[in-house]
Write a protein that binds this ligand. Structure first.
Ligand code: IMP
Ligand code: MG
Length: 178
């Protein structure tokens, strides 16, 4: 698996430090609120596992599943939400946790979907942000790292369902996905 890696962009130490900072900031910002964290599967699973343990608040953690169709290293533009909201959102302060904000299609679709359930607020927390790739206007409230316009894997992010278990974020050798 490690033979397929080109460069490590964010080491496990970098991520650990940043996740603790974001967790502390979320703790401060949501003190006294009714925090409901919604993780976007599958990419969020590693990030959220670490982040949730750095949030020192009474909160609820739920999940939704979103996917763009097919195996690809470029988004297809169609977003599918595979799980219905079967929990109380009305009047809650929602924090959506995602692995990466790229074109923005996934998060804007999800945000609209959650908005229909009348939350008190919706915030967005993403591990990575590729602002140069945005197709729809959307910004995160909490961002781990700005990411260069390269396809990255690891720490939850996949290519064709692989590499999610790498403890760092890395780019792949071009021959792997070409
Ligand atoms: P968006 O809808 O274009 O913002 O894309 C968001 C989704 O595409 C993320 O949740 C990821 O699952 C996937 N994605 C975008 N860029 C990458 C990447 O560099 N590596 C792995 N997955 C990516
Ligand atoms: Mg994802």
């Amino acid at each position: 698996m490690r033979d397929d890696i080109k460069d490590i962009l964010f080491s496990s130490g970098d991520i650990d430090k940043r996740v603790k900072e974001i967790g502390a900031q979320i703790t401060r910002d949501y003190t006294g609120k009714s925090l409901l964290i919604i993780g976007v599967l599958k990419g969020c699973f590693v990030f959220l596992a670490d982040l949730a343990r750095c949030i020192d608040l009474r909160c609820e953690v739920r999940f939704l599943t979103a996917s763009s169709y097919g195996f690809r290293s470029a988004p297809s533009g169609e977003v599918k939400i595979d799980r219905k909201i079967d929990f109380e959102v009305d009047g809650r302060d929602i924090l959506i946790v995602e692995d990466i904000l790229d074109s923005g299609m996934t998060l804007s679709t999800l945000r609209e979907y959650i908005m229909e359930c009348s939350p008190a607020s919706i915030g967005i927390c993403t591990l990575l942000d590729k602002p140069s790739r945005r197709k729809v206007p959307i910004q995160a409230d909490y961002t781990g790292f700005l990411c260069p316009d390269e396809f990255v894997v690891g720490y939850g992010l996949d290519y064709a369902e692989r590499y999610r278990n790498l403890p760092y974020v890395a780019s792949l050798k071009p021959e792997i996905y070409s």
